[in-house]
Design a binder for this molecule. Sequence first.
Ligand SMILES: NC(=O)c1ccc[n+]([C@@H]2O[C@H](COP(=O)([O-])OP(=O)(O)OC[C@H]3O[C@@H](n4cnc5c(N)ncnc54)[C@H](OP(=O)(O)O)[C@@H]3O)[C@@H](O)[C@H]2O)c1
Length: 330
Amino acid sequence: MIRVGVNGYGTIGKRVADAVVSMPDMELVGVAKASANHTADAAADRGYNIYVPEDRHSQWADAGMTVAGDVHDLIELSDIVADTTPAGMGAEYRPIYEDHDTPALFQGGENADIVEASFTARANYSEATDKDYVRVVSCNTTGLNRMFAPLHEKYGVERASITLVRCRGEHAVLSADPVSIPSHHGPDALEVIPDMGPITTMGMKAPTVRHHFHGINVTLGAEPSAAEVRDLLASQSRIHVIDGDLGIDSGWELQEYALDRGRDRMNLYENQIFEDSITMDSSQLHLFQSIHRESDVVPENIDAIRAVAGEADAIESIEQTNDVMGIGDI
Ligand SMILES: NC(=O)c1ccc[n+]([C@@H]2O[C@H](COP(=O)([O-])OP(=O)(O)OC[C@H]3O[C@@H](n4cnc5c(N)ncnc54)[C@H](OP(=O)(O)O)[C@@H]3O)[C@@H](O)[C@H]2O)c1
């Protein structure tokens, strides 16, 4: 059993904690969070042990909520910690993990230079094997890498130009995010698959929730038909090619699709590629895909835990994670 602590119980942490609990080879030591709020109450209802930063104990006592200890206890009791604290805070925690001699996974909000490897299971699982500090790249970069990996293996990715429309519900305007080009996603994809051609990513943010959209343009090293590319992408366990007949063209429809299929928390762990958008023009591939920002990195965290623990190879881990989480069943 791999004893896992989840430091940070927000959008990503709560999903990673649930996934850890569901894995037969893992045990959830507990979760850490700062505020004694409704999310804490929900974690307690699920029976999760809750750990808090040292300076927050009195707030939790005032709220009448029980804690199992402070974050240092969680780190000490865990074989590995999934750090899902807010972007940038993982870098502050890294020396603390080192003090406890506890390996840790970080998320896409951290810079590549705080880890030994950046990770996407389909692309470079073995890079994380037996490393102590690994970063699961962001939701968008994870989605790009899952698409790039098979394309690069089969045809070669000579260059790519991607427009990412990122859901940022809190902003009531469309804006460049960031204005400078490339956004972090292209360089991050190359951290994971370094021998691809140049990848240029342009980020925008839109006032919507849950589903990012990517307009993809890839120059391949071959000229396959659109049907061949479709079949290759559809054969990937964490890519769902959405049948054109289903009439899905929006994040709203994808949300309903997840709910209708009984997906917890509206999770869609797989890239959602719109079948009717897959187009080839000589060596130019164009397509649209959507990424559920809250959940595509969750199976990646589970695989990264096994890789760091040295417990399974890529095929074994990905298959086990997919089976337990029902990935590929939609
Ligand atoms: N949200 C996404 O869609 C998404 C997708 C992919 C990757 N990521 C990345 O995943 C990471 C986490 O993002 P998130 O959106 O899940 O963040 P979030 O929802 O803001 O959750 C952060 C959690 O960290 C807790 N926290 C705050 N200070 C802490 C401290 N000192 N010690 C321990 N825990 C503390 C917060 O507790 P309280 O709530 O109690 O304050 C909260 O539970 C970031 O690197 C982000 O870039 C996010």
